[in-house]
Design a protein around this ligand. Structure first.
Ligand code: CAA
Length: 383
């Protein structure tokens, strides 16, 4: 049965991530958000500390840890800066995980090792201008040409898009076969015809970079196919199952950070002759926020625990993402209310929690898609 006891190693990882977040990530977070500046040095340090390949085996340069360790670190880092959280989540769950699971030894040496050690970072390229939630309707085409596949098309909303060196790209190799005709390619930055668009000017997670990618007759060698021809959609879905745990942990971090900020502020701000924390109106808000954080935490840890115990965690990951992302938005909104006017200006950070929270209800499967996944799994269980 689900056991939430953290080992000494888990506690050590959580404390290391907490210290790193406070000392290295927090000081520049407001400026980076304002200027939409990518945290290059922070990402390098994360590589050195082992946060970029947390679940990658040590033989490929990773930290060889479990998913619970990963969500503990994700929560601490996202509590301070969700932009850094998403860079970490995409690299760990959507890029490293897939290469470790489906890659050849040669691919692991060439791509996984640099990704796990932070020599470069990765991006996951599934979404397209006309294929978001409906991920099977990929328009990007790959056609075989001798030892190469030639890619043409456009990808949208790609996290780490301008900074990554390695891209996991999905393309149709046989349109007739629908999702069974989708193949996954590992594409390196710098290939002829492979370009990126301008960084998106986003509402939140502004310190992470997001852009579109263009493929104009990009020649990718056959040895860069991840898995088998036609296996791409399965790889995408299975990567996203784990990715949703990562984003749920990011949302949990945002909610926990917003809640902590509200509690702290309420003890300092005085109104009607006493700290506002002594007013029942505020206490009820704090209690509601803390309850949502606690419930989200249980769902996130449970889904990670199920993954670690090789159980079917599809539904659990969607429960966690759906609830944690909704809670992050609600808790951030209430944290602003507790701060009053100060919550509405940049210096007080809580407005950023709200801007950062919103995306967690959109990427790696919208909340609507999480409902679809949960309902389908429920019905399968009943059948
Ligand atoms: N895990 C494993 N396999 C899955 C799966 C899952 N969660 N969901 C579907 N599949 C499999 C099905 O079993 C089926 O396989 P078979 O044909 O072998 O049986 C196949 O995939 C097709 O499934 P469906 O027929 O159910 O496909 P569908 O089109 O009806 O719906 C969907 C699938 C669940 C809606 C899916 O398209 C989906 O998850 N969409 C959301 C896409 C998404 O999350 N995008 C995020 C973009 S990435 C991103 O945001 C990264 C970033 O940069 C932050």
């Amino acid at each position: 049965m689900f056991n939430l006891e953290l080992s000494e190693e888990h506690i050590m990882i959580r404390d290391t991530a907490r210290q790193f977040a406070r000392e290295e990530v927090a000081p520049s977070s407001i400026e980076r958000d304002k200027n939409a500046e990518f945290p290059t040095e922070i990402v390098q340090k994360m590589g050195e500390l082992g946060f970029l390949g947390m679940m990658v085996p040590t033989e490929w340069g990773g930290s060889g840890l479990d998913a619970l360790s990963y969500v503990l670190a994700m929560e601490e880092i996202s509590k301070v800066d969700a932009s850094v959280g998403v860079i970490m989540s995409v690299n760990n769950s959507l890029v490293c995980w897939g290469i470790n699971e489906f890659g050849t030894d040669d691919q692991k040496e060439r791509f996984l090792r640099p990704l796990a050690t932070g020599q470069t970072i990765g991006a996951f390229c599934l979404s397209e201008p006309e294929a978001g939630s409906d991920a099977t309707s990929q328009h990007t085409m790959a056609t075989e040409d001798g030892d190469y596949w030639v890619l043409n098309g456009t990808k949208n909303w790609i996290t780490n898009g301008t900074s990554a060196g390695i891209f996991i790209v999905f393309a149709q190799t046989d349109r007739e076969k629908r999702h069974k005709g989708i193949t996954c390619f590992i594409v390196e930055k710098g290939l002829e015809g492979f370009t990126h668009g301008l960084k998106e000017d986003k509402l939140g997670i502004r310190s992470s970079d997001t852009c579109s990618l263009g493929f104009d007759n990009v020649r990718v060698h056959k040895d860069c196919i991840l898995g088998e021809v036609g296996q791409g959609f399965k790889i995408a879905m299975e990567s996203l199952n784990g990715g949703r745990i990562g984003i749920a942990a990011q949302a949990l971090g945002i909610a926990a950070g917003a809640c902590e900020a509200a509690v702290q502020y309420s003890t300092q701000r005085k109104a009607f002759g006493k700290p506002i924390s002594e007013l029942q109106a505020i206490q009820f808000k704090l209690a509601e926020m803390a309850t949502k954080v606690e419930a989200a935490r249980l769902l996130v840890y449970k889904s990670a625990w199920m993954k670690d115990h090789h159980m079917n965690y599809i539904k659990s990951a969607s429960h966690a993402k759906l609830f944690a992302s909704k809670s992050a938005v609600e808790v951030a909104l209430e944290a602003i209310q507790v701060h009053g006017g100060y919550g509405y200006v940049r210096e007080y950070l809580v407005e950023r929690y709200l801007r950062d929270a919103k995306i967690t209800e959109i990427y790696e499967g919208t909340s609507e898609i999480q409902h679809v996944v949960i309902a389908r799994e429920l019905l399968k269980e009943m059948a």
